[in-house]
Design a protein around this ligand. Structure first.
Ligand SMILES: NC(=O)c1ccc[n+]([C@@H]2O[C@H](COP(=O)([O-])OP(=O)(O)OC[C@H]3O[C@@H](n4cnc5c(N)ncnc54)[C@H](O)[C@@H]3O)[C@@H](O)[C@H]2O)c1
Length: 415
């Protein structure tokens, strides 16, 4: 585990804790044990605290900290590596892990530039390992149904939509304060919806262009490079040449006493349908004196991640945020133990062909993130209103600035 922060505690910890109670199993692999054996982070403080807790004492692991933490972890004999560092530090950790021949799972967004994605994909092929990214929204039952209805032709021809994801101020002001300078909330969370759109309504369309704007002044100075909120627009073109446009709004300055922890809603419009969904207003409303909306939420989403007393008496923590990580280990287990060693390349190819999480299928999302970062950097530098064109005559990802005749090529190859 490289990076041992909030998301480790939310989703990876429950996976590893559940694995100590019983192995992964399928008929092809037989039982496969998954163990957290090493962690690397900046200070090692959270990992040390966890190791000292009753749950941590059940899964002892090596705790590496400081500048050589990743190298020490890779030398410690791990088989697979999960990267959950801040988003601008995914690439170095993932590259080192893949280069060392480890299967890798990276938190979203996988990387911030197409050149980095190319390098990770090239190395993964060369070393014969999986390189995957976590997009848990694809495992949300509502989103699975959305995609199923679209792929089955019940919802026909998506035309437009909006997605909104608003994080509380405690994220920008406390949780992420160490690394937030120069960052924006869209790279961090819009990617959930970028992948949902790209995966659910693809693959028979092409990404055409990206634009974005946003607000500053709360997390950092009003003329600085740290963003409070961002409005991103992406445009795809269907094979019949009709366009589809999506607006994705993100923020990390919503009040902390907001009724639900994260405010998320979507609407997608089709030739024959409208799909509207709210992530937390799924029917439960709860008020507890002195405990909501701080510790407990008024409108909780127990489908993502919840702690339960199961009807059969066990305590559990589960949800699609956890299931998506377990699924990675099932894919690793299938590659390594799902049949004879001489068939490993075929099993690896089968798992690498899964577009929902393979880095080779993350090109559109990374292109949008790279364009977004460039557009926001230009805006902070005094040139708002840039548009990035995808796979046009001037290159794979090209930035056009209002009033300037000279485009800036961000990526030459085809996206
Ligand atoms: N799937 C989701 O819904 C979800 C939710 C939150 C965060 N995330 C993603 O998870 C990642 C981490 O987010 P977080 O909320 O856990 O952040 P965090 O700030 O709570 O934790 C970051 C961790 O990375 C470590 N770290 C920082 N630089 C490092 C380096 N160079 N080498 C090794 N370790 C380093 C820190 O010590 C810390 O343990 C981000 O990419 C974020 O986008 C995903």
């Amino acid at each position: 585990m490289i990076g041992f922060g909030m998301i480790f505690d939310d989703t990876y910890r429950p996976v590893f804790e559940a694995q100590t109670d019983g192995p992964l199993y399928s008929r092809l692999t037989g039982p496969v044990d998954v163990r957290l054996t090493a962690a690397a982070s900046r200070t090692g403080i959270r990992a040390a605290r966890y190791l000292a807790s009753p749950a941590g004492r059940r899964v002892p692991f090596a705790n590496f900290a400081g500048p050589n933490a990743t190298a020490n972890l890779l030398a410690s004999g791990v088989d697979a590596v999960c990267v959950a560092t801040p988003d601008d530090r995914h690439y170095d950790a993932a590259r080192a892990a893949i280069n060392a021949g480890k299967h890798v799972l990276i938190e979203k967004p996988s990387v911030l530039a197409l050149g980095e994605l190319d390098e990770l994909n090239r190395l993964a092929s060369e070393r014969g390992v999986l390189a995957k990214v976590v997009y848990h929204k694809l495992a949300d039952p509502d989103h699975k149904k959305l995609r199923t209805l679209y792929q089955d032709g019940v919802l026909s021809h998506v035309n437009s939509g909006y997605c909104s994801l608003l994080e509380p101020k405690s994220i920008s002001g406390g949780q992420f304060a160490e690394w937030i300078a120069g960052r924006n909330p869209a790279t961090y969370v819009a990617v959930h919806y970028l992948k949902l759109i790209d995966f659910s309504f693809g693959p028979n369309w092409v990404l055409d262009r990206v634009s974005a704007t946003g607000q500053r002044g709360l997390v950092g100075p009003a003329n600085g490079s740290t963003w409070d909120s961002v409005q991103l627009q992406i445009v795809y073109r269907h094979p019949d040449a009709r366009e589809a446009a999506f607006d994705v709004h993100t923020s990390w300055v919503t009040p902390d006493n907001f009724p639900g922890y994260v405010e998320q809603e979507v609407q997608f419009r089709f030739d024959n349908a409208v799909w509207s969904a709210h992530q937390r207003k799924r029917g439960v409303e709860l008020t507890v004196e002195n405990r909501t909306p701080g510790e407990l939420k008024y409108t909780p989403n127990y489908h993502y991640n919840g702690t339960f007393l199961e009807p059969w008496g066990e305590r559990s923590q589960r949800g699609y945020g956890i299931e998506i990580i377990e699924r990675f280990f099932k894919e690793v287990a299938f590659v390594e133990y799902g049949g004879s060693p001489d068939q490993r390349p075929a099993r690896l190819a089968q798992m690498r062909a899964l577009a929902y999480n393979d880095l080779s299928a993350d090109r559109n999302c990374v292109a949008i993130v790279q364009a977004l970062e460039a557009i926001l950097a230009r805006a902070a530098g005094g040139a708002p209103g840039c548009v990035a064109k995808v796979n046009g005559p001037a290159g794979g990802l090209v930035l056009y600035e209002p009033g300037s005749a000279k485009p800036l090529v961000l990526y030459e190859g085809r996206v």
